[in-house]
Design a protein around this ligand. Structure first.
Ligand code: IPE
Ligand code: MG
Length: 199
């Protein structure tokens, strides 16, 4: 989820307004995902390197995460979304930790969509600690940059990559549907040969 800050700056708004708009985009994407055949969705919300940002932006993001978890939990439950937050917990504000625990517990029994939120996450650190998630099929990065930025490095070994110039707050269900459509047309070989050539 990249481009919140630029989305806001382009509108003459503070960066925090971009993050709030980004949270609204999360709701739209999460609610559209199951209808597009997605069973697992992992969102990179805050990387271990994002602590380098100005303290007021970091604080605004932490408040937003806690507010999002509290206000969205009923909708997540209603939509059958199971939420798991992945990343270091020990550097997060205590109140955010409480909100994470509550949201995870409230959604633990849901099965329509497995939503993972990466918060204070580092792909390299996860590999060193052996904390690995399921393989990624499709990686979508918004905001125009074409890099991984310490996202699920191990899990993306054979991920299909999709880069969108849209800022995250503008990335909607139609964009997700288009990315999935393109993904389905790709031929994944995992180092092997095309099926027609193999036999
Ligand atoms: C959101 O976009 C990513 C987060 C860390 C929440 P950015 O905040 O990176 O937005 P840009 O890249 O400055 O536009
Ligand atoms: Mg960015």
């Amino acid at each position: 989820m990249d481009g919140n800050g630029r989305w806001a700056t382009r509108r003459g708004l503070p960066r925090a307004a971009g993050h709030s708009a980004g949270a609204r985009a999360v709701r739209r994407i999460v609610e559209a995902a199951p209808g597009l055949g997605i069973g697992q969705l992992t969102l990179f919300a805050f990387s271990a390197d994002n602590w380098k940002r100005p303290p007021d932006e970091v604080a605004a993001l932490m408040r937003l995460f806690a507010r999002y978890l509290r206000s969205e939990t009923p909708r997540l439950v209603a939509n059958g979304v199971r939420l798991e937050v992945v990343g270091r917990r020990d550097r997060l504000p205590a109140l955010l930790g409480v909100a994470i625990d509550a949201a995870e517990q409230a959604t633990a029994g849901n099965e329509t969509l497995f939503l993972r939120l990466l918060v204070d996450y580092s792909g390299r650190a996860a590999i060193q600690a052996g904390l690995l998630l399921p393989d990624v099929d499709l990686l979508i990065r918004t905001g125009g940059e074409q890099r991984l930025s310490d996202f699920l490095l191990w899990e993306c070994a054979y991920a299909e990559l999709h880069f969108s110039d849209r800022y995250w707050p503008d990335f909607g269900p139609a964009d997700l549907a288009a990315a999935i459509g393109e993904f389905r047309r790709r031929q994944r070989r995992f180092g092997g040969l095309p099926e027609t050539a193999a036999g």
